[in-house]
Each structure stands twice: as C-alpha cells, then as structure tokens.
Design a binder for this molecule. Sequence first.
Ligand code: C5P
Length: 221
Amino acid sequence: MEAGCCYVPLMRIVVTAGPTREAIDPVRFISNRSSGRMGYAVAEEAVARGHGVVLIAGPVALADPPGAQVIRVTTSEDMLAAVGNALESCDALVMAAAVADWRPVTVSAEKIKKSRIPPVIRLEPAPDILKTLRPRKGGRIFVGFAAETGNPLPEAVRKLRDKGLDMIVANDVSQADAGFDVETNRCTLVTGEDEAVALPLMSKMDVAGRILDWIEKRRAG
Ligand code: C5P
C-alpha cells in the first residue's frame, strides 16, 4: 500500500437487517415487507473489505454471510438488546433494519379464537433503537435508513437530526425497482441539510459499497 494514499482503518461494524415481528398472540404478529437484502449487502461488503462484522437480523430468508457473526432476533425489544450489547465494542452502526414502529400493547399467551378476535388491536410505539442508544454513541458512526413513499428527502433530514445520525440513506420505496424485496435500490446519501448525494439505480451491493466508502473516509478523518 502506498504511504498516505489509501489507508483504510479496519473497523468493527454492527449492521442490522430485516424486519422485526411484534406478536399479537403465539401465531399472529405485526411486521413489514423488509427482505433484509440491504443490510445483508452491507454486512457482506464490510466483511469483504476486512472489517469485523456483527450482523443482527430479524426474521429473513437469507443465508448467513460467511465471515460475519450473525445474531438472530425477532422483536424490536430483542433487537434493541442485541444492538445494545454489541455497541460497546463497535466503531460504526448501520441500522438497515426495518424495525416495527408499533407493537400490540398486550400479547395474548394463547391463540386468540377467530370468533374472539377484537376488531381493534391497541398499539404502542416500539422502542426506537437509534434514539435509545443515542446517549451511548460517543465517537461512533451511526448510519440510518429512511424508507418513504414520495420525496424522501425532507423526512430524511428530519430523521438525521432527530436520531442524531451521521448519515441517513433515503429511498423512495414506492418504485417497483427500488426498496423492499428487490435486488436494486435508488438511494440518496444524506449527511446534512444541503449535503445529499443522489445515487442512480444500482445493486444493493453497490449501494453498500458507497455507504462503506463514506464510513471509511469519515473514520480515516
Ligand atoms: O423512523 P423510521 O422508522 O423511519 O426510521 C428509520 C431508521 O430508524 C432506520 O435506520 C431504522 O433501522 C431505525 N429505527 C430504529 N428503531 C425503530 C424504528 C426505526 O432504530 N423503532
């Protein structure tokens, strides 16, 4: 390696991926369409670059990326605990998981009979992992994702501030070729009010590469 031209510090990176499931009863739950592909792509690309990777994944149908330490979780509460445990020894957190925003207030221990299913299920906010862990951020790099329908930018900037992130990856999930459950994504990397880099349609692996390029550059100072 040439001195001074391309030193990339190796990091310990925690990546989350996939949806969470919030139980209604032992057989029913609230979840979302996240396939986990974006988070898995970040984990795979980070391993390929030599970083140490802890991948915390909700229920997904993807094979574990070789070389990553994979921790499987189900609920937002489980994911919060797992990320909290892994945070201390990491340099960067990439929250690609589509964590549930809401969960049922009560979970029935037994399957609710069809005839007894209430017409309304009371919900409460699920724990916001990024906001909960914000006080422990220290010098770590935090990257979040904002999946929106319509122009995602205003919301992305709001979330960047609200969650105290270094970067947020915004994408409009209303398009068939980007967002949930497809191999490609059309993202904008947002690092501030007037700092947004719009990427063309590209594979999730390539998007992962761009995110990691930014993290590595930031880490190298
Ligand atoms: O608020 P919203 O769900 O759109 O924020 C998206 C970002 O926040 C993602 O990075 C997601 O992983 C994270 N998030 C979280 N805890 C939640 C919901 C989302 O950390 N309960």
